[in-house]
Design a protein. Structure first.
Length: 296
């Protein structure tokens, strides 16, 4: 029988992850594919209870971050305007729950007006990072479906920019003519790095270099993994070119899933950046732990 002091929840668009916690120690963890995108308004509570129902006899507080607080989620949490601290747990919302054992706190996201931008979930990773490196001054890169580039100074989030690189790659490989060439192939690392360097040097090459992937497959038998690597490199290289002011001559920490973070790290290092990688999953839990301490 697991009896947690509190429960940590990372609720994204596609995945729901939970941890039974005793202070900062993990007692147990579970996950499901019941992300926000798959749920209607009345399905969030049952989805959560499916995972934590046997943990909540003592009504431990549940600290949640991510898309659960989006418009269309369980309950809409506010966006806090930057510049600001990564988290303000006092401004978490508490959605209504039919089960009296549930005591849920949903953390707010972050926003900026110029240019307009928002984030949900990444701010908790940022807080987890800053809990361990409070004096950091530089840039955080959080790759994913929507990659966030975040300026950090004085323990504050100064501002950020979102690039839809991951979503564009998914759209091209699933719904464009490139689906016939790339499909679900795993990107080749060497092809990725070559294309990333070319696109970083000449961002106009990114759109111009895409259809030749299809032609190369038809005319010269271009392997799918090479095409995938080149397409990914063209897109990431163009992103790095646009984000150059954020990483050039600034210490940059890449926070994300190991495979994707490695590709960004290789491309940035190849370009001469001072770039380092940290595991995103661990930092989410660190951020939720910091939030729990503030709420307690």
């Amino acid at each position: 029988m697991v009896t947690p002091d509190w429960i940590a929840v990372d609720w994204g668009t596609t995945r729901l992850r939970v941890w039974a916690m005793a202070g900062a120690d993990v007692l147990d963890s579970r996950s499901s594919d019941k992300g926000m995108g798959a749920l209607g308004p009345d399905q969030f509570e049952p989805a959560l209870l499916d995972l934590i129902g046997d943990w909540i006899a003592g009504r431990p507080p549940v600290i949640a971050c991510g898309m659960v607080g989006a418009r269309g989620g369980w309950a809409e949490a506010e966006y806090r305007a930057t510049p600001c601290a990564a988290l303000d747990p006092a401004r978490a919302i508490r959605p209504k729950a039919a089960d009296p054992r549930l005591d849920v706190h949903i953390l707010p996201g972050l926003s900026q007006l110029d240019p307009p931008d928002v984030m949900r979930g990444e701010e908790t990773q940022i807080a987890g990072f800053l809990a361990g490196q409070p004096d950091f001054d530089g840039t955080l890169c959080l790759p994913g479906t929507h990659c966030k580039w975040v300026r950090i100074s004085g323990g504050m989030v100064e501002g950020f920019h979102t690039f839809m690189t991951g979503e564009i790659y998914a759209l091209l490989t699933r719904h464009s003519v490139l689906r016939l060439t790339v499909g679900d192939a795993r990107p080749d690392a060497a092809a990725f790095l070559k294309a990333a360097a070319q696109a970083l040097a000449n961002p106009d090459l990114s759109p111009a270099g895409m259809f030749p992937l299809r032609a190369g497959a038809l005319l010269a038998g271009l392997p799918a993994q090479d095409a995938a690597g080149r397409l990914s490199g063209l897109l990431v290289g163009a992103e790095l070119a646009a984000a150059r002011p954020l990483w050039l001559d600034r210490r940059t920490i890449i926070i994300g899933a190991p495979d994707l973070a490695a590709f960004y790290h290789q491309a940035l290092t190849q370009a001469g950046a001072d770039a380092h990688v940290m595991d995103g999953a661990a930092l989410v839990l660190s951020g939720l732990t910091a939030a729990r301490a503030a709420i307690a």
